[in-house]
Design a protein around this ligand. Structure first.
Ligand SMILES: [Zn+2]
Length: 67
């Protein structure tokens, strides 16, 4: 069974789209990556729906108040 899925995420800082390969076994873990465009760290958490196996990503960019 293939537990890897391709996700296209958008950088919450510069909205650059990034292709990521995600291991679905990492469900409910926090994932850190660097945006290749703005080089800022992106932190997000992943939830996998066990029924549909759809991956939901939510960003945790509460480090600075940009707004
Ligand atoms: Zn970016």
């Amino acid at each position: 069974m293939n537990n890897y899925t391709n996700q296209n995420i958008q950088c919450p800082n510069c909205h650059h789209s990034i292709d990521m390969v995600i291991d679905q076994k990492q469900s409910n873990k926090k994932i850190y990556d660097d945006c290749p465009s703005c080089h800022r760290a992106i932190e997000f958490s992943m939830e996998v729906n066990p029924n549909t196996r759809k991956v939901h990503l939510s960003f945790n960019n509460d480090e600075d108040g940009l707004f």
